[in-house]
Write a protein that binds this ligand. Structure first.
Ligand SMILES: C[S@@+](CC[C@H](N)C(=O)[O-])C[C@H]1O[C@@H](n2cnc3c(N)ncnc32)[C@H](O)[C@@H]1O
Length: 284
């Protein structure tokens, strides 16, 4: 991937189309760009760059291809059984349970948390509050509306089968699925960029799944540091099933379930994460 044409193409996308290619890993970028190159019958990166410069529709198509917005209700159901147990024990031990679904895309992940809290008799749903954040404003708009369309490729009925009877929580009209008000009540949304924005504080559970796999190592490290700083002592982190904690940050967590990628945050004073983000971290 030391192709000059590739680097020039990435520089154009970053500078002219305002998509931060430098945050993502090259293999992810190459997969998405190559797929657009096949569609436009461009043989080389340089030829594709010429097409891109001349064709605003192709610019839109590439930006669409680069945006990673795949999500679902109860994605990876086995992980949700693990999240259920975490919520049960947090609900048992605390008066309030604060959950952050970081990089929540169109909101189906935080709404899954709220539905699970309402559905499980061992979780006190009135104690659970959920914040969903994402970098994408359009995704957050959909999330706030809480209305989703099923299609040939998106089987919402199947995604919601994790619950015995999802119609208690979702109004269905044909292919349109609308989250009920009682489920929306526990959930709020705001924009947050995990690379550039400040950490949050005091979360009992942070769910951040299926973003790190696309991200360049350097930025992945700063994202996980931001998240770690946002979790209270002994709080819980859930990452994607194909994702890992970088070795330099492993000491900030203990493993709760290695297969499901569920971790406990180590007590603050032992892991060097309490310093402000702007201060240098000698462990990295
Ligand atoms: C593949 S989706 C994951 C959605 C959900 N967590 C799941 O696992 O189904 C990745 C999301 O990360 C968001 N994202 C990309 N860069 C981000 C950043 N720097 N900060 C916060 N969110 C980001 C994208 O907008 C997208 O909605």
């Amino acid at each position: 991937m030391t192709d000059d044409g590739f680097d020039e193409l990435l520089a154009y996308v970053e500078d002219e189309l305002a998509f931060a290619t430098s945050h993502y890993n090259d293999s992810y970028l190459d997969r998405r760009i190559s797929s657009r190159m096949r569609r436009t019958q461009s043989e080389t990166y340089a030829a594709y760059l010429d097409t891109l410069r001349a064709d605003t529709d192709e610019q839109t198509a590439l930006l669409e291809a680069l945006s990673i917005n795949v999500t679902g209700f109860f994605r990876n159901p086995d992980v949700w059984s693990g999240i259920r147990e975490v919520l049960q024990s947090l609900s048992d031990a605390n008066d309030t349970v604060r959950v952050w679904s970081a990089a929540c895309a169109d909101g189906r992940e935080p709404y899954s948390v709220s539905m699970l809290a309402h559905d499980d008799p061992d979780i006190d749903e009135s104690a659970v509050t959920i914040l969903g954040t994402d970098i994408s404003e359009p995704a957050l708009e959909t999330a706030k509306n809480g209305v989703y369309e099923a299609s040939r490729t998106i089987d919402l009925d199947d995604q919601l089968r994790f619950l015995d009877d999802y119609t208690e929580y979702v109004d269905r009209d044909g292919n349109t699925f609308q989250i009920k008000r009682e489920i929306k009540r526990n959930v709020s949304f705001e924009r947050h960029d995990l690379i550039n924005d400040e950490p949050k504080t005091g979360f009992d559970l942070v769910i951040c799944r299926n973003l790190f796999i696309y991200i360049d190592n350097e930025y992945k490290q700063s994202m996980i540091r931001t998240i770690a700083q946002s979790i209270r002592r002994n709080g819980v982190l859930v990452i994607g099933k194909a994702e890992t904690i970088p070795p330099t940050l492993k000491s900030a967590f203990t493993v709760r379930d290695s297969r499901l990628r569920i971790y406990h945050r180590e007590p603050m004073e032992t892991n060097g994460l309490t310093r402000k983000q702007s201060e240098p971290d000698s462990s990295l």
